[in-house]
Design a protein around this ligand. Structure first.
Ligand SMILES: Cc1ncc(COP(=O)(O)O)c(C=O)c1O
Length: 354
């Protein structure tokens, strides 16, 4: 069965009978402002896309790595990896995954028949990892925002290499952090893969582009598997420009950090500490947890009634808000205030009878 994700506005709009144009969609962790689309020559639309050497070079520079594969989104790698790994290492049985995190990882390994072991806030005990195992780390985690330092990742990489296993690092949201936090430059052997997502930080999820950073052997295997014309020509042109534009990267990081800080402050003002337990996340989303799990579901509904679409966790106990623009923030604030008032005020006679 297909998993539920954010970004399903048409469905939610229909459910709440509010036209799609009237919603504030904060259901994903995609930047609210995007890299400007350059002029693209007609020939790029007309011709079959060849792999752009300029893009490969820009991506190697941006990700600070020596080998990579361009894909139509890192999801393509997540989906294909388990079956491929089975061919490469038939001894592999165990996969360690975050209990909370982008669920497509677990889904893909489960379908391929691996034994799934879930860890919570702490990574699995390093000395208990089994031979040939796979360790999946989402860094920073979506939705919890939990982040593991490079030194910690290095220890797991070392251990997994000794065990002839595989470390899968999903760095889909890492662009908002200082670039030295990424592990891409450390990927030199067959025991580590890093996934990078283009659409989130650059605010262009619609063009579907992502990258796998891996050693030469893994890159050849994936290139073979994915086949020709993986990524369309216009997307390659846009990504090449965007990845090369250092000035824009610095500006974007600053904007997202300021927006996140303001939005987090607003959420903390609006939701009393008696209601919310914590707010975590990164500069692309904020995840609110509650003292009473039911509050998340009720608030989600109260916000949807006002045309605010955030992401209710699969566990139904937290709400994740994408970062919004300055202009939309007061609308979000008013909606949150009303929703929390309705949630926390005792039902009136009128409410009871309606
Ligand atoms: C943690 C994480 N990894 C990977 C992906 C896949 O993104 P994409 O295929 O756009 O690169 C997502 C999508 O939301 C995600 O949240």
């Amino acid at each position: 069965m297909a998993l539920i994700h954010g970004g399903q506005l048409q469905k939610v709009a229909k459910q709440y009978r509010i036209p799609t144009a009237d919603w504030l969609d904060l259901s994903t962790g995609i930047a609210p402002n995007s890299y400007p689309i350059p002029d693209i020559a007609l020939s790029v639309w007309q011709q079959l896309p060849q792999q752009s050497l300029k893009l490969i070079s820009a991506a190697k520079q941006y990700y600070q790595c020596s080998e990579l594969v361009i894909t139509n989104g890192s999801q393509a790698i997540i989906k294909a990896l388990p079956a491929l790994y089975q061919q490469k290492n038939s001894n592999a049985k165990d996969v360690y995954l975050p209990e909370r995190g982008y669920k497509e990882h677990a889904h893909a390994w489960r379908i391929a028949g691996y034994n799934l072991h879930f860890y919570q806030d702490l990574l699995p005990e390093i000395n208990l990892l089994t031979p040939h195992c796979v360790v999946v780390i989402i860094n920073p985690n979506n939705p919890t925002g939990q982040f593991f330092a490079r030194e910690v990742i290095k220890q797991y990489h070392h251990k997994v290499s000794q065990l002839e296993g595989l470390l899968v690092l999903d760095e889909a949201f890492i662009d908002v952090m200082p670039s030295k936090q990424s592990y891409c430059s450390e990927v030199h052997n067959k025991h580590c893969l890093v996934l990078r997502s283009f659409g989130k930080f650059f605010g262009l999820a619609g063009i579907r582009i992502g990258f796998l950073v891996a050693n030469n052997d893994w890159c050849s295997t994936f290139t073979e598997l994915l086949g020709p014309w993986q990524v369309n020509g216009p997307a390659q042109i846009i990504a090449e420009r965007a990845l090369s534009d250092n000035h824009w990267h610095t500006k974007q990081k600053k904007i997202l950090n300021e927006l996140r800080t303001t939005q987090e402050r607003m959420l903390r003002q609006v939701f009393p500490t008696t209601l919310i337990a914590n707010i975590t996340g990164c500069d692309l989303f904020l995840t609110v947890s509650f003292h009473q799990a039911d509050s998340a579901k009720e608030l989600y509904h109260l916000l949807c009634q006002q045309g605010i679409y955030c992401r209710l966790a699969d566990e139904q106990d937290t709400l994740r808000f994408g970062i919004t623009t300055e202009e939309a923030l007061s609308h979000l604030k008013d909606a949150c205030l009303l929703a929390q008032k309705k949630l926390t005020s005792p039902p009136t006679l009128e409410n009871n009878t309606s």
